[in-house]
Design a protein around this ligand. Sequence first.
Ligand code: FPP
Ligand code: K
Ligand code: ZN
Length: 524
Amino acid sequence: MTYQRRVANSKAKRKVAFPKVWPTMVQVELLDEGEQPQRATRDEGGAEEPPHHGFYQMAHERVPAMHLNLPFILDDLKTETSQKQLSTARNIMKSVNQQFLPSLDKATHIEFLLSPLDEGLSGGFVGLDASRPWLLYWCTNALSLLGEDVGIYNDRVISSLKPLQHPGGGFGGGNGQAPHVAAAYASILTLAITSYHASRGLPENERLAVYADSFAWIDRGKLLQWIRKIKLPSGGFKVNEGGEEDVRAGYCALVVLALLGYDDEDLRGDPSLGDLPLLGGVAEYFKSCQTWEGGVGAKPHAEAHGGYAFCVLAALCLLGDPEEALSKNLDLNRLVSWLSARQYAPEGGFSGRTNKLVDGCYSTWVGGCWSLVEAAANAAESRKMSTRINVGDLWSRKALIRYILTCCQGPNGGLRDKPGMRPDYYHSNYVLLGLSAAQHYYYYDDSFAQSPVITKSPFRHGYRWKSSKNVPKPTGNDGAGGGWLEGLVSDEGDRVGVQHPLFNIPLGAETQLQSWWEWYNDVG
Ligand code: FPP
Ligand code: K
Ligand code: ZN
């Protein structure tokens, strides 16, 4: 039987409509050697001219051809998304200048982020009434990343968050609203950030006084009881009573528990009251969210997505050291394969899921996964080779930095998803956090003794992260040094602050907070 006949027969039998023309590999036009890609103009619907304020750094390294041309192979299946993908890639390609990399326009981004704090929000923000703690977190954290001292907002943050505490325990997103775990998460992060800034450089008694104002009013007993109510027998968590279950809820709950200084005993609970161990089944639940693609979904059997991948990886790294936590619970090879597929060329940025577009916020949700995965890989290789091994990057820091500086800076301040999109506070925070992940080396260090309060915490592994301005190149199998990655930050003015890779708050704020609980527990 000929091929055509076989196809025709099976088509008739199965009533499957085969396409008349089989999808082909499409070869696209490439720029000639040395030819400059054209800069998009406003009416092409995207990149502005110039990308922002026209401050350019010195010449940067030659942009690899992969980032100046469309991919060699394109899928010619036309869908709304595939067409958007192509126009996004074209548009971003045109924004890239081969000679110059825009600098980070800190001053206008700071202005953008200070405005809601200093001048308030317009009526248009009423729809975000249930996201008050989020707005505070995004703006204070992004400002902190840009080097601003947000300690001056500590008192106002406290008075804005106090009315969100629910009489029955937990935090609502707006005054008088029912408790929600993401509201508690964003509230605690904000307090951790502003109290850290407010207490910097103060003598110990004044530092403790700042933390007392920020944290002593939180009813930790009731909050713990409330978190018990959203815990599911499966090991998962719901975002609130009667609300949806997803790994974001589990991650937020664990971060709140970790930062508020509960110990093993608190989480075990009182069996005579019917308490079940709060962390029972939690790692197994996260494990069950890895999908056939290798990524991680919102809950078991859901589509793999970067937002949820970060939640699961960070939460697992709160429960154990990265090597054990990640390799015991996840198929790391498939995870790495899926994570690598999130970074696109020519764009340089990350997408959140297969066949979707790059977006600046995935600089954190996907970019933030890499430090955790690399820490796991480094530990595994070091054990195997009996010497300290650095496996190096499994992603392109430079391509992400180029995407962020070229495409994610709004012309009037603030950071955004992609060219043509408006900047907002959420993207400002997560684009800058992702920039921090690309500019710094974040690593796990188990070589130092921890304070008594941290030692008693079920989340002690989360307090072992450090950062370095120098990003090491991979070592050889004998551990011989490979030097440093050059040219990540060509102008120190572009450098953003260091952040804790699990909590997403300034690195150091987490241990300061624990030293307050140490003191508080001793006194109380
Ligand atoms: C898809 O939106 C996005 C989601 C389904 C949610 C993603 C989850 C996060 C960002 C994590 C949140 C984490 C915490 C801690 C609250 P889309 O379809 O508009 O975007 P896409 O096309 O890029 O997938
Ligand atoms: K998106
Ligand atoms: Zn986004």
